[in-house]
Each structure stands twice: as C-alpha cells, then as structure tokens.
Design a protein around this ligand. Structure first.
Ligand code: ZN
Ligand code: ZN
Length: 218
C-alpha cells in the first residue's frame, strides 16, 4: 500500500525479527507488515542479516477457504482453553481485518463492548505482557486524552485519525511512548477502526475514564 507514511520503528522491527517482541505488539507489527511492502522488505533484510528463521506466514496473500477453516475450527474445539495468540499463523484476510487480526480473533467476528460516546473496543488478547484490542471510533469522535506508561502501537485498519503528531490513515502505525500525551480524534466520515497494543494500562487525564478503566480494562 503506497499511501502508508508511518511505519514500524527500527528498534521494534529488530525485536520483532528476533522474536523477542511481546505478543500484543507482535500482533500489531505482524498486521502492519501484512499491509506494508516497505516494512516487509525491511523485515526480510533483518532476517537475511541476522539469519533469523521466522515463519513466513505473516505475509501470505488472501486465503480462499477461510470460511471452511473457520467453521472446521469451530466444530473441532468448541470449549478448548484460549490458546496464546500466534500472529504468524494467519487465517487469511476477512473484510478490513488482515490475516494476523483474524488469527487473533480466532476467525470469529469481534465482540464489541461500548466505552461511551459511540466508542467501542474488542480485546483480542490480554496478559501480563499487555493487551491488544480493536477500537471503533465514530467519525469526528475523540478518544479520551491519555498518556502512556510504556509503548503504545496503534494501526489504522479503516478510516483515519489525527492527533498532536499528525494524521494516520489505513495502514499507518503510530508509536506512542511515555512522552506523548495525546487525544486522538477520528477524522470525520467513516468510523475509524484501529488495532492498538499497550504494555501497561493507559493513564487517562480526566476523572471519568479513570473510574471506568478497571471495568473496561482499557
Ligand atoms: Zn511499513
Ligand atoms: Zn495513546
């Protein structure tokens, strides 16, 4: 996708190539790489230099038999314990969700929970390492102003958002750290759907979201 202007940072890409990046971030990086020729080439260069052997599945094109495999999976293990997210084993793209997101969703549609003001989230994976979730932000709506205790990676899958650092469209990846205190706002028009990973709970700067934070596991 040639319109992508915000890419994976070098330290994060190196950690991903070495297999040391925490799962929540790895899901976002794998998804960006599946959408971005430039970062796919950078990753290939890292793997060549480092001799790191990685499953190449993350960059596989669309799979035609997604539906069959999804239903086969549903039949096979209805009550199995939640497996760890494996961003390197794609189900194939479905709609706006690239293969690594479908893998994190285990092939099922997202379960959206309301956060207020039309904003919704669907947590894909949460552990001691952090969490990765889908965010649905109606056009023109702002996400509450917050800062971060660690790295936050946000990848746009639909629509666009803007914050103090710039504009992020489909495929763009924002890397926000402890220094950034921001209030992302979805651009007017189609709802903005993002994939976001954090290593620690966000710090909201107003009282109300702070009260709701433990409930919604933001
Ligand atoms: Zn890129
Ligand atoms: Zn943020």
């Amino acid at each position: 996708m040639s319109t992508i202007t915000h890419h994976v940072t070098e330290p994060v890409l190196m950690a991903y190539a070495a297999g040391t990046l925490e799962t929540p971030y790895a899901v976002v990086v794998a998804t960006h790489i599946s959408m971005c020729d430039e970062c796919r080439a950078r990753l290939a260069a890292h793997e060549h230099v480092g001799g790191v052997v990685l499953d190449q599945g993350g960059s596989e094109p669309l799979s035609g038999d997604l539906k069959a495999r999804v239903f086969a999976g549903l039949d096979a293990e209805p009550a199995a314990p939640e497996p760890e997210v494996r961003p390197d084993i794609p189900y194939g793209r479905s709609g706006i969700f690239p293969a690594p997101v479908m893998t994190a969703l285990k092939g099922k549609p997202p379960k959206w929970k309301r956060l207020g003001f039309g904003v919704r989230q669907s947590i894909l994976h949460a552990s001691q390492q952090g969490s990765v979730r889908l965010l649905y932000i109606p056009g023109g709506q702002a996400v509450p102003d917050h800062s971060h205790r660690g790295l936050e990676l946000t990848l746009v899958l639909q629509g666009a958002f803007e914050d103090e650092t710039g504009r992020f469209g489909v495929g763009d990846l924002e890397s926000a750290d402890d220094d950034l205190d921001h209030a992302p706002t979805a651009v007017k028009g189609a709802a903005c759907i993002c994939l976001a990973a954090t290593g620690a709970p966000l710090r909201f700067n107003s009282l109300v979201p702070r009260i709701f934070q433990p409930i919604f596991r933001i």
